[in-house]
Design a protein around this ligand. Structure first.
Ligand code: UDP
Ligand code: MG
Length: 299
């Protein structure tokens, strides 16, 4: 059985269309569609309730807008399928790709990632921003995040693993890779949004990017160490040269002393940052490992 999780925020115009299009590609197999209404203020919930007359369709409603990440999590927690597909409600993620994802899952992949093919574009400033974000995420996670999206299929084992990450600031699309497991990918073209409007403002995007980068790397906390160490080294070299009476132009003893003090302050901040980063890693309480197979189960 396939569960399809559909985060929906103010998507009244899209619920029926999405239900129809997704059901059409899954017809003939066992499936459930789980619409998660992320605190919509329009008629989204009414549409979901109406659509749920179809026994394949289930709706969950948040008490307020908690964000797409929370909606995905709630949907995955409710999903009872052998695999779960996460897909946007606005049909920008083409449902026709789902059978291809299922095929790859049946061939053994536990995570099938939907990747935006290069052609899908959203205006140049958005693309530049998205590319920069994806390349930082690639470095932070160690996985290729170019063209990554939330359009994915996860085997039940992978769903369980993703849900075992209890941190609040989780980032689904990176986590789905981060948990390991055999993965595969399918490429798709991002369709234009036909009804309703995009839910992202520039400010929301920047804060989303910063939050997700921070959830996978504490490198910025160590900036003080990276900057302070060379400053101290330079100050020491200058001090030795001064000691040996090498003419240093504008580098007076006072300037060198200031450099040394500045460098020490940076390094001290960096050390504090290091401990802070350790605390940050600890409080996330991430699972220490995820087991993908156990010979005992075969017996
Ligand atoms: N969404 C959500 N909660 C939010 C914002 C968006 O559940 O706070 C859903 C939205 O209904 C849609 C998906 O997330 O199904 C992607 O949103 P959108 O189309 O606005 O983003 P984009 O296509 O630009 O990534
Ligand atoms: Mg969209």
């Amino acid at each position: 059985m396939i569960s399809v999780v559909i985060p929906s925020f103010n998507e009244e115009e899209n619920i029926f269309e999405a239900a129809k299009a997704i059901s059409a590609v899954l017809a003939g197999s066992e499936y459930e569609l789980i619409f998660v209404d992320d605190g919509s203020t329009d008629g989204t919930w009414e549409k979901i309730s109406e659509a749920s007359a179809d026994p394949h369709i289930r709706g969950l409603r948040f008490s307020r807008n908690f964000g797409k990440e929370s909606a995905i999590r709630a949907g995955l927690e409710a999903a009872s399928g052998d695999a779960a597909v996460v897909i946007d409600c606005d049909l920008q993620h083409p449902p026709q790709v789902i059978p291809e994802m299922i095929e790859k899952w049946k061939n053994g992949a536990k995570v099938v990632e939907g990747k935006k093919s290069a052609r899908g574009s959203k205006g140049s400033s958005y693309s530049v921003f998205a590319a920069a974000f994806n390349s930082v995420m690639t470095r932070a996670t160690g996985f290729d995040m170019s063209g990554a999206s939330d359009f994915m299929l996860l085997d039940r084992d992978a769903v369980k693993a993703v849900l075992s990450y209890g941190e609040n600031g989780s980032f689904f699309r990176a986590l789905a890779q981060y948990v390991g497991f055999e993965s595969d990918k399918v490429y798709y073209d991002v369709a234009e949004r036909e009804r309703g409007s995009g839910k992202w403002t520039f400010f929301k995007l920047v804060s989303y990017a910063v939050k997700n980068i921070a959830s996978f790397t504490s490198a910025p906390l160590l900036l003080g160490l990276a900057l302070g160490t060379p400053v101290i080294a330079a100050a020491v070299v200058l001090f030795i040269l001064k000691w040996c009476k090498v003419p240093l132009g504008s580098f007076s003893a006072g300037v060198i002393t200031l450099m040394l003090i500045g460098g020490l302050i940076l390094v001290t901040l960096g050390v504090a940052g290091y401990y802070l980063s350790r605390i940050y890693d600890e409080i996330k309480r991430r699972p220490k490992y995820i087991i993908s197979a156990d010979t005992k189960e075969r017996k």
